[in-house]
Design a protein around this ligand. Structure first.
Ligand code: 5GP
Ligand code: ZN
Length: 114
């Protein structure tokens, strides 16, 4: 499968890793939209949050949300942060591997999209 984020997980494309475990990989976004902008992704390939969430898919998403507070602590985001996932064309999803934008490091705009 020709998936950019699967290649990043495998190390075929370089990335700045901030966290990794058995099910999750997190790395700095190449085009940051906030002082801290990290992408948190399941190692299991899922196209988006719109995919059926059961069994191993559900476990993959759950692992992402278990990892997020650990990543936030590591990046000193104790004052808060934002988690966003874009889905499909109207959501302006450009990479078709489920990913969660973790944004912080400053007070974010109340109505910020990405
Ligand atoms: P989306 O628009 O699909 O929600 O978000 C995709 C994100 O992936 C964008 O914020 C974009 O900057 C980031 N991105 C795209 N290609 C690369 C890459 O090769 N490396 C990294 N670190 N981020 C990427
Ligand atoms: Zn993938």
């Amino acid at each position: 499968m020709d998936c950019l984020f699967c290649k990043i997980i495998k190390g075929e494309i370089p990335s700045k890793c901030v966290y990794e475990d058995e099910k999750v990989y997190a790395f700095h976004d190449i085009n940051p939209q906030a002082p801290v902008h990290v992408l948190v992704i399941p190692k299991r390939h899922l196209g988006s949050a719109d995919e059926v969430c059961e069994g191993e898919n559900a476990a993959a998403v759950s692992a992402v949300f278990c990892a997020i507070p650990k990543i936030a602590e590591k990046l000193e985001l104790g004052d808060g942060y934002r988690v966003i996932t874009n889905v499909g064309e109207n959501g302006c999803q450009s990479v078709k591997h489920l990913h969660f934008h973790l944004l912080g490091g400053a007070k974010l705009p109340e109505n910020m999209g990405i």
